[in-house]
Design a protein around this ligand. Structure first.
Ligand code: SAH
Length: 326
């Protein structure tokens, strides 16, 4: 798996040389390349941001510098895509068409600077790279094994399911946002070019930049690569894993009594059937308590009789398609 990460702080990713991911790199399972977005700028200040069109606080990352960088990493020629709807949600099909005027409030020719004065600004006024090309033609150039990912707090949550799916890709390209984020046309443009583009949030909070989010996603994805974990069984039975995902049971190691606290007796009984049932019941009970939303997603037909009995005892109704709390 080839992993390209674009950031204004590429040094941040030296942490990926540590631990299991470092080992996976030396084994040749993954190759991680961290790039500095500023290497694709042309001005003396290497600037990557500009004021938001429409006004407001903060700065937004400029589309042109992202595009020069991503075109190169994705092996795409720059072409204009006037058909792209800049407001389309990425997870909707298609990103093309729709009302692209966004009302009549923004006049591109007289964009206002931070001081409020009308000023002609090359970066705001239309910036053309080529003659527009038909959509089908432009889409053909994207590599189907590549996924372009932008961390973004206002996007769907990144889950274990996404990690599993992405662990099958051959090439991941991550674009780390900073400031108020990146120009929304960038992911939409690449989706219209036929690239598999995703935006993910890693949780309901705002970070300063995408670097931490990318590290989180990368760790979740790469540990699923065949050969990554010393013991492959350790990723089979884990929290959030599998079609009927639950939180994991509690774990203990030796000594069985520590500072006066003994582990649950059943775990030392040597009866594997009993231990399995105890752990399964505990997983169901903990999930019902901490993450009832996961219980609501379970497929009742895939639950064993014993699972159903446990859920009923926990106050769930299991005769329908999914469990329902009584
Ligand atoms: N103005 C944005 C926040 C920008 S934070 C908003 O209110 O939604 C700057 C960058 O940090 C984002 O572009 C993204 O790349 C990253 N980031 C911040 N919080 C994140 C989160 N919870 N998940 C993923 N990425 C996040």
């Amino acid at each position: 798996m080839l992993i390209d990460i674009v950031s204004v702080f590429p040094e941040y990713f030296s942490v990926l040389d540590l631990s299991l991911l470092g080992k996976a790199q030396s084994k040749g399972l993954v190759e991680v390349r961290a790039h500095n977005l500023r290497d694709w700028t042309h001005d003396v200040h290497h600037s990557v941001d500009d004021t938001p069109v429409g006004g407001g606080a903060g700065m937004v990352m400029k589309p042109a510098v992202w595009a020069e960088c991503l075109d190169e990493l994705l092996g795409l020629e720059p072409v204009d895509m006037p058909q792209v709807d800049p407001t389309a949600e990425l997870w909707d099909e298609p990103v093309v068409g729709g009302d692209t005027t966004g009302g009549d409030t923004i006049d591109e020719g007289t964009a206002k600077g931070a001081d409020g004065a009308a000023k002609p600004d090359d970066a705001v006024v239309s910036e053309s790279v080529s003659e527009p090309v038909p959509l089908a033609e432009a889409s053909e150039s994207a590599d189907s094994d590549t996924v372009l990912i932008f961390p973004n707090p206002s996007a769907p949550l990144f889950t274990q399911r996404d990690a599993t799916q992405l662990s099958h890709a051959g090439h991941l390209v991550f674009g780390c946002g900073r400031y108020e984020g990146y120009d929304a046309r960038v992911p939409r443009y690449y989706k219209a070019r036929g690239v598999d583009v995703r935006e993910y949030s890693i949780g309901d909070y705002v970070l300063n930049g995408g670097e931490v989010a990318v590290s989180v996603m990368l760790e979740a994805i790469t540990r699923l690569l065949p050969g990554f974990m010393g013991n492959p069984d350790s990723i089979v039975e884990e929290s959030y894993t599998g079609s009927n995902a639950l939180l994991e049971h509690l774990q203990y190691t030796r000594p069985t009594t520590w500072r006066g606290i003994s582990v649950p007796e059943v775990l030392t009984s040597g009866d594997h059937g009993k231990v399995d049932r105890y752990r399964r019941d505990q997983a169901l009970a903990r999930t019902a308590d901490i993450r009832p939303d996961l219980i609501e997603k379970l497929d009742c037909t895939a639950l064993s009789k014993a699972d159903r009995k446990t859920l009923i005892a926990l106050g769930w109704e299991v005769s329908g398609r999914n469990p329902r709390r009584l």
